[in-house]
Design a protein around this ligand. Sequence first.
Ligand SMILES: Nc1ncnc2c1ncn2[C@@H]1O[C@H](COP(=O)(O)OP(=O)(O)OP(=O)(O)O)[C@@H](O)[C@H]1O
Ligand SMILES: [Mg+2]
Length: 328
Amino acid sequence: MSATTLLSGRGLRKSFPVRRGVLMLVRGQLKALHSFDFDIRAGETLGVVGESGCGKTTLGRVLARIHEGEGSLEYTGRDGQRYDALGKLDPKRELAFRRDVQMVFQDPYSSLDPRMTVEKILLEPLEAHGMAKDKAAAKAYLCELLARVGLHADALQRYPHEFSGGQRQRIAVARALALKPRLIICDEPTSALDVSVQSQVINLLKEIQEREGLAYIFISHNLDLVRYVSDRIYVMYLGRVVEAGESELLFSDPAHPYTQALLRSIPNWDPQARSLLNAELRGEAPSPLWDPPGCPFEPRCPKAAARCRSEAPAQRDVRGRLVACHFA
Ligand SMILES: Nc1ncnc2c1ncn2[C@@H]1O[C@H](COP(=O)(O)OP(=O)(O)OP(=O)(O)O)[C@@H](O)[C@H]1O
Ligand SMILES: [Mg+2]
């Protein structure tokens, strides 16, 4: 349990400027992440779940430094030094962070450049990090990378459109692995794939983790999948953590009313089949522009009381996990 904490976020925030109103004249801020606290240890798998629009992708992008967030985000480098990874880094640290933390995106059709051969796609990160100076050695390494994700070396000369969705996602995984990262953030890595191919890609990711000991953050709508892969889970609602703890604990004994409703809706947990979820949760998710003083889940919560409208619940320990609810 004393594994190094890789990344540790405190009060992480991200807002987007938006225009609203009928004439789109009113400028406002959409708070996609509200004061988000989280930690991930080396070799651990974290699951992140929550309805569409709750801020999962935004979180992944802030953690990967694709979006610039606010708050604090501490990273422990390979040399054991901890530093704040938000904002500008010195070039050496920037390069090291880019190497250590990779992201695999939801859509394998748009995340690979269609004009590049697989060889170019895989070579690009190596070149950016000065690791492809010996051409023959780099090529041999690419073949080895492909073998690790179950693809044949002849894939190198082909283009992304010549592959199936599952094969493309394997190429995206190979690209993420190329620099031997310490953390891969997987944002819905299988939701664009057939169910049978989904489990192949998930099992591949798990096998790689067992061999190489890297950490994953697994963002997904699919609760069954998140339960299968994750050591710990963060349940998100409107940019906040509502419950966080060991995966089995959350699944066997959910404490937050939102987690409870999500788990009851598992058979229909699918963005296309929301009806059951909505029946459970009393109405649609609120607008992301809504920023209430109290608990954001209050309008849909079966336990809601007056206090929930006026006072935001702080995170507290309830039966061994963190929960943000006055009545959990
Ligand atoms: N670049 C942006 N500009 C303005 N608003 C944005 C931007 N990116 C995300 N948002 C808003 O931030 C909120 C969170 O979006 P995000 O993509 O993180 O949700 P998500 O949980 O990943 O949803 P999904 O499950 O549908 O992928 C949404 O309301 C979204 O509209
Ligand atoms: Mg998303």
